[in-house]
Design a protein around this ligand. Structure first.
Ligand code: SF4
Length: 327
């Protein structure tokens, strides 16, 4: 039996802005990955690594400069905006700040029902019934329809934003730091809701977060971004048990170890310095100036993201000269 094709295939996705002193400013460069139906890919990296640009560009909320974004084989990066509209139903986004994403002058019923109305789904009565079902699905009382977003707590507002995002029964939701603005006690409730929706409705998630503990909790696979590029990608357990790229090692070493965790603590690796200037990128590995393992070659040649042997038993996509010659 042949495997089902991926829901989403991203190839060479690039976003540049203007012209810097040394040419274009790359916010996103040559990003490749795929996502299966119902799968969750976590995207991690520090601020400025390109995570949010990736989420917005693949949905074409920001226009890509180059590359392909195939949804069930159809390249949405090449579609006109009118041809894109029916596909938008299948691709939704949840933002970090639910309040900013919800119109404060609209009732919750209108906020959640709006995508249904825009896409002409059902009659008015059917849409009203669907909104009540959606409120129930995200753990809110149906009588919330007549209230306004400011009447709800931060966690409840994120539930409203999630109800709106799933109203059109999407195949993929980009969740951009969906719990970062919430209290820790509320974060796990929202993460559990996302996990339930994924299980019950088969929705795939691209889960963007700077918080590695959160990403580990929800993701099947993790892509680590640095300076607009994916530098390592692996199954979640494998990545957390044995990070390969020195940047991933540094990120994971900063996560506090919890007693009883099956994954051993990683010795703390201090990484100093900043991301390079995107208007004047270095010729070699963009992490070279901060990397404790940098070699001469690292300052000359940028390592591509390719499948390498990272141990005797495991291969993984990693962009680092340390693994060259290892398969
Ligand atoms: Fe460090 Fe070199 Fe690997 Fe870049 S390529 S992460 S500088 S070892």
């Amino acid at each position: 039996m042949t495997a089902a094709p991926p829901l989403l295939e991203v190839e060479g996705l690039t976003k540049t802005y203007g012209q810097g002193r040394a040419g274009k400013v790359f916010a996103l460069a040559d990003v490749d990955f795929s996502l299966n139906k119902g799968e969750t890919l976590g995207v991690v990296g520090e601020s400025g690594s390109g995570k949010t640009t990736l989420g917005r560009t693949l949905l074409r909320l920001t226009e890509p400069s180059a590359g392909r974004v195939r949804v069930d084989g159809e390249d949405i990066a090449a579609l006109s905006l009118s041809a894109l509209k029916p596909l938008r139903r299948r691709l939704q986004i949840i933002f970090q700040d639910p309040f900013g994403a919800l119109n404060p002058r609209h009732t919750v019923g209108k906020v959640i029902g709006e995508p249904l109305a825009v896409h002409g789904v059902g009659s008015k009565a059917e849409r009203a019934a669907k909104v009540r079902d959606l409120l129930d699905a995200v753990g809110l009382e149906p009588d919330a329809v007549d209230r306004y977003p400011h009447e709800f707590s931060g966690g409840q507002r994120q539930r409203i934003a999630i109800a709106r995002a799933i109203a059109l029964e999407p195949d993929l939701v980009v969740a951009d730091e969906p719990v970062s603005a919430l209290d820790v006690s509320i974060q796990s409730q929202i993460l559990n809701l996302i996990a339930d929706l994924r299980r019950e409705r088969g929705i795939a998630f691209l889960f963007i977060s700077h918080d590695l503990s959160v990403v580990r909790h929800v993701s099947d696979r993790v892509a680590v971004m640095y300076f607009g590029r994916i530098v390592e990608q692996a199954e979640t357990d494998a990545l957390f048990a044995s990070p390969a790229h020195p940047y991933t090692v540094a990120l994971l070493s900063a996560v506090p170890h919890v007693a009883g965790d099956a994954i051993p603590a990683i010795e703390r690796v201090a990484v100093t310095g900043e991301l390079p200037d995107p208007s004047n990128p270095p010729p070699g590995c963009p992490f070279a100036a901060r990397c404790p393992k940098a070699m001469d070659v690292c300052r000359q040649d940028r390592p591509p993201l390719v499948r390498r042997n990272v141990s005797e038993r495991e291969t993984r996509d990693v962009a680092c000269h340390l693994f060259e010659g290892a398969g």
